[in-house]
Design a protein around this ligand. Sequence first.
Ligand SMILES: Cc1cc2nc3c(=O)[nH]c(=O)nc-3n(C[C@H](O)[C@H](O)[C@H](O)COP(=O)(O)OP(=O)(O)OC[C@H]3O[C@@H](n4cnc5c(N)ncnc54)[C@H](O)[C@@H]3O)c2cc1C
Length: 230
Amino acid sequence: MAKKLGHNIIDNDFSLVPIAIKDAWVKKLAGVTLSDIKLTTFQNRHKQEAYKGKLLFTHVGISGPTVLHMSKEVGELLKYGEVTIALDLFPGVDHTILKSQLQALLIAEINKKIKNVLGKLVPSSLVPVLLRLAAIENETPNHSVRSESRKKLVILFKHTPLSVEKLLGADKAIVSSGGVNLKEVNFKTMESRLVPRLYLVGDMLNIDRPSGGYSLQLCWTTGFVAGEHC
Ligand SMILES: Cc1cc2nc3c(=O)[nH]c(=O)nc-3n(C[C@H](O)[C@H](O)[C@H](O)COP(=O)(O)OP(=O)(O)OC[C@H]3O[C@@H](n4cnc5c(N)ncnc54)[C@H](O)[C@@H]3O)c2cc1C
């Protein structure tokens, strides 16, 4: 409608979307949330950006504030090829310390099975997944977990790969990106500079913002200003 009235619409698209993941195990964790994790994007094995925060597994992939926030960059990378996201469960802890912690846990519970103790180190919902990815039999007693397997687990703690399938579509997007050219709006009143008594607010405006309440703040603030002047 704004376009029909003569406004220039810049790069109108959707933004802040969940990410679909190819790996089947991800879907089995739907509903599980992880806090204090780090997600790092990779393309052609080259590290791109890292994001710290929370992750929510969904029935098609991953979501949550951190994922929504990184979705724009992932969308850009997908234009150039495959994208992998590395999940780091222990962003503040290095491999050596994790190796010692795992070793100490297995020794302390030496006669138990790994499937029953690994949950003391990582979220229990991830235990079967990590064991499968590390090719460790669930029923393995702790005293029989080989050095090579322990090494694989520690690598997975720091770098569980998630293969990006695609960004979900506009129907799952939290906000639109792009919108009416800001030069065509008087921000003191939110009135169009082209069409008298037309007020442009919220998602319609070409204002990029991360997740975290900025979108509601934008629509409330601009809506309030418009309401004061129309
Ligand atoms: C699932 C979800 C979760 C979200 N969570 C958050 C959050 O936690 N924090 C945050 O900051 N933001 C969040 N957002 C984003 C936030 O809700 C939007 O940015 C905000 O609602 C935009 O407000 P708006 O008034 O600009 O547009 P809208 O809320 O989209 O309102 C536009 C209105 O215009 C009406 N309309 C459209 N076309 C016409 C027409 N031709 N004639 C008449 N009426 C028309 C529509 O029916 C609608 O009522 C979320 C969005 C979604 C979808």
